[in-house]
Design a binder for this molecule. Sequence first.
Ligand code: NDP
Length: 482
Amino acid sequence: MQELGRNFIAGEWVEGVSTVENRNPSDLSDLVGLFAQAGTDQLEATLDQARRAQAEWAAYGMERKQAALMAIGNELMARAEELGTLLSREEGKPLAEGKGEVYRAGQFFTYYAAECLRQLGENADSVRPGVEIDVRREAVGVVAIISPWNFPTATASWKIAPALCYGNAVVWKPANITPASAVALTEIIARQDIPKGLFSLVMGSGREIGQQLVESPKVNAISFTGSVPVGKGIAAAAIQNLTKVQMEMGSKNALAVMDDADIDLAVSLALGGAFGGTGQKCTASSRLVVHQAVHDAFVEKLVAGTKAMKVGHALGEGTQMGPVVSQQQLEENLAYVALGKSEGAELACGGQRLEMPHEGFYMSPGVFLNTTNDMRINREEMFAPLTSVISVGSYDEALSVVNDTNFGLTSGIVTQSLARATDFRRNARTGVVTVNLPTAGTDYHVPFGGRGDSSYGPREQGKAAAEFYTTVKTAYISAGAV
Ligand code: NDP
């Protein structure tokens, strides 16, 4: 009998109103587990308890908070192999990526553990003589965190860690197709010295329990990562209660390869950026904007490298790309392959469903050639192991194609020219810019976020996270007569 993964409601592990099955996308015969779906009343109960717990947490000493976050981070890093295996088993990314993700999640907690001790305010003299001003940040209150499946542990951690660090209570609704990683992280958090109900795990579908959460007037702030349509719906719900929102919603990132680029480097950045995480990354290199002078040389190596990629079971030896996460995602990806061909793009390789010894959601990584930036495959986030080459005649044209998108999360340039790299860094309209580095893969101690449809609200990560997870208080103090 499979043990049920339960919700953590108001400080207790509880069963839900129904259960869902979680299956391994690399091998559908492998049942990862059964997971409880929270009910409406459970969500209300946990929100009420979160409010009480937040007041208690605010009164904890800063070293006590630091110790709790440090312990979570250290445990994640120490158990990266074990929890990374679980993550890869339920999400489908190769084991090295799963382990790396859990380790990185730990680093978010240790970083914000240290930030517990670094919350400095500002002070000033008033324009009124004898009056002093003290400006400091206070917790927002109860934060709803809605996270996606593509980085089930890291994305949640880069939201949960700062939320707790800056004194908030957290109600977390993870993506329903990666619940095992959510329960594993919650087990670690639940064991710490934190007030009862400060942190809750509420599993269930986004349309039901997620919608109830974002519509609740008991929530003070919502941090979301996922798709644009869901993000817009959450923003609309949040405005009804004037709830603070922060959202990150994917992109259509471009890697520009210039005529002076080191071609082998460019190919390796493109392969990693396009197909890492099976292309299911908001920072994926889905548009390769290539100078015509190096187009043929680049494409030849890119296609050879793509064909050589080993697709297989996420936990299999030597697997470079695992399955996609779900049947629905696979169908959408294959529909994009058909769409690209119908738009006139040439599919140079891949883009096919693959049969494997285990039944799973496998497809081969695909490269489209002869594409133009107005094609839908170059405008919509596919979240697939598919990338498109767009040929350009100059650096100026490359920059204009890179910027011609509704999104604006990351962009990169491969060049040996300092002048071009500098110009690109200044003029690419994205929240993150890279030079001779992949468009995917960012650090944890600096801001992360984008422009346009990619992001809405304050930046995530690093010290920038304080902007979202706190509210500023300005105090005026008169000493009175001496
Ligand atoms: P969604 O935007 O549907 O899901 C993201 C999170 O939001 C999940 O936890 C989901 O819950 C939840 N959610 C869904 N609907 C609501 C709602 N009405 N109210 C509150 N929460 C809600 O993304 P999908 O997982 O369906 O993926 C679809 C596409 O979104 C992908 O193909 C990709 O293009 C994009 N995406 C982008 C990501 C990024 O990193 N920016 C991450 C994931 C997806 P649940 O899944 O349990 O229903």
